[in-house]
Write a protein that binds this ligand. Structure first.
Ligand code: 5GP
Ligand code: ZN
Length: 114
């Protein structure tokens, strides 16, 4: 499958990796939208949130409950606050069809999002 994030997960395409374990990889976004902008991806291909299966619940919890807070602290945005975004589908603005969670911080976020 020709998936750019699978290639980053496999180390076939370079990325600035900020965290990695057996299940996930986190790396800096190529076009950062905030002073801190990293993408957290599962190493296995999952197309979007809609494709998470019953067997992926531990993976989803790991990203949300372990990796996001750990990275937010390490990147220095936990105290002031940050935002996570998981664009899903066409109207959700998803452009890469491999599940990824954006972690953005280092500036005040606006609401509503564009
Ligand atoms: P989406 O729009 O699907 O929610 O987010 C995709 C994100 O991936 C975008 O913010 C885009 O800048 C980022 N991106 C796309 N291709 C690459 C790449 O090859 N390397 C990195 N580091 N980020 C990428
Ligand atoms: Zn993929």
């Amino acid at each position: 499958m020709d998936c750019i994030f699978c290639k980053i997960a496999a180390g076939e395409i370079p990325a600035t990796v900020v965290y990695e374990d057996e299940l996930v990889k986190a790396f800096r976004d190529l076009e950062p939208q905030a002073p801190e902008h990293v993408l957290i991806i599962p190493k296995k291909h999952v197309g979007s949130l809609l494709e998470l299966g019953e067997e992926d619940k531990d993976l989803a919890a790991h990203i949300l409950a372990d990796v996001v807070p750990k990275l937010a602290k390490e990147l220095g945005v936990a105290e002031k606050g940050f935002r996570i975004v998981c664009n899903t589908g066409e109207e959700g603005g998803q452009t890469v069809h491999h599940l990824h969670v954006h972690l953005l911080g280092g500036r005040s976020m606006q609401w509503p999002p564009g």
